[in-house]
Ligand binder design. Structure first.
Ligand SMILES: [Zn+2]
Length: 128
């Protein structure tokens, strides 16, 4: 019986010690914030960078629907790339079943060898 009592006391002491050391900063953080923190407030590292890029209107991982371009010389299809070239597949006509593949290089805009649509490579930075 005495041993059990001693064990209980030891556990209570350990809990008090832990609450004094570790739980205080947590309690302070919860008490100063209003309610549950949002994803943006608690995001760190890569997730935070991606969120900030999205907020600035950027699309770091190409998760949004691509913008529509006319494909003319004045308004070429913009192709983002992390390198200096990228393979492009052009569906020249809306109902075509074959895709025309070609390499698009950095620099001046290039034309699809089949339909002549303009494509321009634009450097894209990943947020890492
Ligand atoms: Zn084409």
């Amino acid at each position: 019986m005495a041993g059990r009592l001693l064990l209980l006391r030891a556990t209570t002491a350990a809990l008090q010690l832990r609450s004094n050391v570790a739980a205080r900063p947590l309690l302070r953080a919860v008490s100063t914030a209003k309610g549950i923190p949002t994803d943006e407030e608690q995001a760190t590292g890569l997730e935070r960078r991606a969120m900030q890029a999205l907020k600035q209107g950027k699309d770091p991982y190409s998760i949004l629907k691509p913008k529509q371009y006319a494909g003319t010389k004045e308004d070429p299809h913009i192709v983002p790339s992390i390198g200096n070239k990228r393979i492009v597949g052009c569906i020249c006509e809306e109902d075509n079943t074959a895709i025309v593949w070609f390499w698009l290089h950095e620099g001046e805009s290039q034309r699809c060898p089949s339909c002549g649509s303009h494509y321009k490579l634009v450097h894209h930075e990943l947020p890492h």
